[in-house]
Design a protein around this ligand. Structure first.
Ligand code: HGY
Ligand code: MN
Ligand code: MN
Ligand code: MN
Length: 414
């Protein structure tokens, strides 16, 4: 009779609390941005806990962190589980951490029950999933999946002035006890547990989302260049007002894109204006655009809409325009066989689940290019995420980790 293995809910909840304390913000969220001092502290804590358990710890040159528990047959490709530990500047305590720490709890539960698996299991914390400090997001999983080496972004500079190359080196150096990960064949499968970051599961009172795919995302950086001039002496026809151009473009896009297509998503998240003086006509206005759509053609259409609206606004305000595409993630679908394993695990536990696509991008989107992958979602309160108020009930945390454990044991072989 197979020994029943269960996650230790109290230990997992404590682990989430321990990591939420790293980069904790006064409003109850976390600021643990990619490759920061806080990110390094979280990686160190996870590494110490892994080594104390006798697991082996590796890093690759993108500073993706791997924790490995051997299986009976070392020649077989491992099952990979995990997510990310980096957060938004005003992020929540569950985005990324839930998947990474639940994956570690799966290893601890198996070790404690002395339950072996045929295949090794590796837990991964991918580098820079969020992309907020260093665009684009998913740098670690893109590197892992061979989509784009992290070196391509070595000279990107964060808003705080730190170069990616320097912060990456500091992060790698912060874990001397982690060996460099030897080159390995792709994993047998990858499963990522994550919060939904949207309202569907909570609204439908369904505890588990079985994620079948991820919509596409593009990030653009738009810069208008006009001419600084005196606020009091310059009539309209002489003005080259970069902020007025930006405002026109943003107002037009917000009034047309999402009202025109219920599946489209458009977000202007950051706007920087120079010189920023009350009585100087702005010479520069730079803003970010995040557009998303489940359909690849439609996503390209959204980018074209943004470019056309900005060109018109530049014309109206006599400004020059530059648009830089910072991220291009095509929509992706996950492996039906892995989706089935997740659904079966829910049924066996008598847990309701529903299939869905993800509005947020995830590391699994890139890993799915290298290995059969799928995701497990749990609800978050009011669908809120990328916000310090992000919240998941203890029951849903434990349920998500329990389903992950069952799925891993099924895939890794008992
Ligand atoms: O932006 C995203 O979709 C991810 O949550 N970083
Ligand atoms: Mn995430
Ligand atoms: Mn996120
Ligand atoms: Mn993710």
């Amino acid at each position: 009779m197979m020994k029943r293995v269960e996650v230790d809910g109290a230990r997992l909840l404590q682990s989430l609390a321990d990591f939420a304390a790293i980069g904790a913000t006064p409003a109850g969220g976390v600021n643990r941005q990619a490759l920061s001092v806080e990110d390094r502290a979280a990686r160190r804590l996870l590494t110490e806990r892994a080594l104390a358990r006798g697991f082996s710890v590796f890093q690759d040159d993108a500073a993706n962190l791997f924790i490995r528990r051997e299986g009976r047959d070392p020649g077989l490709a491992p099952v990979l589980i995990g997510s990310h530990l980096d957060s938004q500047p005003t992020g929540g305590r569950f985005d990324g951490a839930l998947g990474t720490l639940s994956a570690f709890e799966v290893l601890e539960a198996l070790a404690e029950a002395d339950a072996g698996t045929l295949r090794a299991i590796e837990v991964v914390a991918f580098t820079n999933e969020e992309g907020s400090r260093y665009a684009p997001g998913c740098m670690g999983s893109m590197d892992f999946a061979g989509a784009s080496a992290i070196g391509a972004w070595r000279s990107v500079v964060a808003p705080d002035g730190a170069r990616l190359e320097d912060e990456l080196a500091a992060t790698l150096a912060a874990l001397p006890q982690a060996a460099m990960r030897p080159a390995r064949p792709p994993p047998f499968a990858f499963v990522e547990l994550h919060i939904e970051q949207g309202p569907i599961l909570e609204r439908e009172v369904v505890p588990i989302g079985v994620v079948t795919g991820v919509q596409g995302t593009r990030w653009l950086e738009v810069s208008f260049t006009g001419e600084a001039a005196h606020a009091g002496t310059t009539p309209r026809e002489f003005r080259k007002d970069a902020l007025a151009a930006a405002a026109d473009a943003i107002a037009f896009l917000q009034a047309t894109v999402m009202p025109g297509d219920a599946q489209a998503r458009l977000t202007v998240g950051r706007l920087v204006v120079e010189p920023g003086s009350i009585n100087v006509i702005p010479s520069h206005a730079t803003f970010t655009v995040d557009v998303r759509h489940p359909d690849h053609q439609a996503l390209a259409g959204l980018e074209a809409d943004v470019r056309a609206a900005c060109a018109r606004a530049a014309e109206t305000w006599g400004c020059t325009l530059s648009i830089d595409r910072r991220l291009d993630m095509a929509p992706g679908t996950f492996d039906p066989a892995i989706v089935d394993v997740i659904e079966k695990a829910c049924r066996r536990r008598g847990i309701a689940s529903r299939r869905m696509t993800s509005g947020a991008f995830h590391d699994a989107l890139f890993v799915s290019r290298a290995a059969p992958s799928a995701m497990i979602f749990v609800p978050c309160r009011n669908g809120i995420s990328h916000n310090e108020a992000e919240f998941v009930t203890d029951d849903h945390v434990i349920l998500g980790a329990s389903v992950l454990l069952d799925v891993v044991r099924e895939l890794a072989g008992r």
